[in-house]
Design a protein around this ligand. Structure first.
Ligand code: FEO
Ligand code: CA
Ligand code: CA
Ligand code: CA
Length: 578
């Protein structure tokens, strides 16, 4: 630094303590405010939220969806870009008890339609006023739901026989994390889509392909197939081939259909993280299930050149899957028809076949199984790549060092020559999450203990933001989360390895979704599924009613908990985290 002064430390706030309050806790000197909870009308003349959940399916389609997840802020051009823009966010799934006034004991077509309308993506214009950020009326405000007409592009075209199902291609489902392209579009990723398909047909069993993605007859808790044949896997088996993709949405073209970009493969996509090297777009995407893989897509030419030729950079390129060797080296193995094991002789018809069956193609080339790969983030300072492995078991190898891994860990790698298009890399473990009181391999202090890292993002200064998703299934199996409290967001200094807790969420909620204004003075995060029954902070029986667990953010005794975006600002107007 100039005049020998050391650089200012990246982390400048006082850590918040773990807690189990039904509240948002942020550091001293910061403010957190709620924006666009589930049910907020997209327009000021739209249908008002009804706290007894009696809004119809048609009304839900004009309101913010449920279970907010991945999110990107698209600033307006020019000087006001940090005060105005479009917020685009995913609605991953629905709580079938909270969504309906009479609960989910009985399923009807109207209820299926309401669930479909509560899924997908919201695009809303937001603006910073004196009183804070608020939704504003705009021609861009729209919903993409489970029924919005969609297109397919890339090697698996809309005319491919595997996509020939009853009715036109519609909708996107289970949009977990997300990404944003260098050309200004949003991508939503389809994660646990298998859970929406089932059948009551006696004797039905899944094909090996369906089984590889976890498709089963029961489809709990949704049971849409019992009233809507679209989701009956015995009667309409190709419908599920329309899911598991990365979906591109242009927020500045409100009439443009979402496009499923098939070259990025069909898995349970957690997110899609974009970077570029040598002008090429590079997209990292995890497949969030125990023992699944990490993928990387590299465009075939510089993305500006492809776009100048009226081609999508996401339709032309190579999909790779990661192999992490025990000696700290790694390689990206191409999933290209005709190469390696992916030949006609081995039963692979063509590239479309490789992409529809991405998981089995990755099995065939010997990729490395991981402890549930979730979000990927790229350090803007040095292009190092980080991924959260949220938790898992039994995957082995140096990259999954704990046989039972209820806490998860974060790994990082540097691509050869610092070029993210490279096909080799060197990897290392950034941190083993957990609580040293229960696991001697953990070295985190009280300000940093956490578990089940999921969301991950860098700001422009190089702070790495970590969001957690401790799920019921993990907490039910281990008592070792009792010092960690509710789900939270922490900040890491990737240079020193220091981690500091910045935010603790309300009860039963995960913290997910992360985006920031260009001036770094507003951060948006999402609180997803407040009230989901979690046993560790009290005597709450499972299943407890969600409202007994949390009533955030309205705290209305006759209302219900609602997922929402949270807006974080520093009271002195400074950079968040500094
Ligand atoms: Fe939807 Fe893997 O979290
Ligand atoms: Ca989630
Ligand atoms: Ca997630
Ligand atoms: Ca998760």
């Amino acid at each position: 630094a100039k005049h020998g002064r050391p650089p200012k430390p990246l982390l400048g706030f006082k850590a918040v303590a773990p807690n189990t309050a039904d509240a948002i806790t942020v550091p001293e000197g910061y403010t957190a405010k709620v924006l666009i909870p589930w049910g907020t009308p997209l327009r000021s003349n739209g249908p008002a939220w009804r706290k007894d959940a009696s809004n119809t399916a048609a009304e839900q389609a004009q309101q913010i969806g449920m279970h907010h997840d991945g999110m990107s802020f698209f600033p307006d051009r020019g000087f006001f870009g940090s005060n105005r823009g479009l917020l685009v966010l995913n609605h991953e799934y629905v709580d079938t008890v909270l969504l309906y006034a009479d609960g989910d004991a009985v399923i009807t077509q109207e209820k299926v339609d309401k669930a479909l309308a509560a899924h997908g993506v919201s695009v809303v214009a937001i603006e910073k006023r004196h009183s804070g950020w608020r939704l504003v009326d705009s021609r861009y405000n729209r919903r993409v739901t489970g029924k919005t007409p969609v297109l397919f592009s890339g090697p698996v075209s809309g005319a491919h026989p595997a996509l020939a199902a009853n009715g036109p291609a519609q909708g996107t489902l289970n949009n977990c994390s997300n990404g944003h392209t260098p050309w200004g579009t949003y991508v939503a990723c389809e994660e646990n889509w298998n859970g929406y398909f089932g059948t009551t047909q006696v004797g039905w069993t899944p094909t090996p392909e369906q089984a590889r993605y976890g498709v089963s007859a029961a489809a709990l808790p949704y049971r849409w197939h019992t009233v809507d044949k679209r989701f009956d896997v015995a009667e309409n088996p190709n419908e599920l081939n329309r899911f598991g993709w990365v979906v591109e949405i242009d927020p500045r073209d409100p009439h443009s259909p979402p496009v499923k970009r098939t070259a990025l493969g069909r898995i349970k996509h957690e997110g899609a993280t974009f970077t570029e090297s040598r002008g090429r777009v590079v997209v990292y995407t995890g497949d969030d299930q125990n023992g699944e893989y990490i993928y990387k897509f590299v465009s075939s030419a510089p993305w500006r050149l492809l776009r100048a030729q009226r081609k999508s950079p996401l339709d032309h390129g190579t999909l790779y899957v990661g192999k992490f060797n025990d000696d700290g080296t790694g390689t990206w193995i191409p999933l290209v028809h005709g190469q390696g094991a992916l030949t006609v002789a081995n039963g692979w018809a063509d590239q479309a076949d490789v992409l529809i069956r991405t998981r089995r193609a990755a099995d065939a080339v010997g990729a490395t199984k991981l402890d549930r790969p979730e979000w990927v983030a790229v350090n803007p300072k040095n292009k190092d790549v980080y991924v959260t492995l949220t938790n898992g078991s039994g995957n082995g190898g140096a990259v999954n060092p704990r046989a039972a891994n209820p806490y998860g860990h974060i790994i990082k790698w540097r691509e050869a020559h610092g070029d993210n298009t490279s096909t080799s890399f060197e990897w290392d473990i950034f941190v083993l999450a957990g609580d040293p009181a229960y696991d001697a391999t953990v070295t985190l202090g009280a300000d940093a203990i956490f578990g089940s890292p999921d969301g991950l993002a860098f700001d422009d200064d190089g702070r790495m933001w970590i969001e957690t998703d401790i799920s019921n299934s993990v907490q039910n199996k281990v008592g070792s989360y009792d010092h960690i409290g509710n789900n939270q967001m922490l900040v890491a200094d990737p240079n020193t390895g220091e981690i500091r807790r910045f935010l603790v969420g309300p009860r039963g909620a995960e913290i997910t979704g992360w985006t920031i204004t260009p001036d770094q003075r507003t951060i948006f995060v999402n609180v997803q599924h407040p009230g989901e029954a979690t046993p560790f902070w009290g005597a709450a029986p499972t299943p407890a009613t969600p409202t007994a667990v949390s009533n955030w953010p309205d705290f209305d005794p006759t209302g219900r908990p609602r997922s929402a975006t949270v807006v974080i600002t520093k009271n002195d107007g400074g950079i968040i985290g500094s």
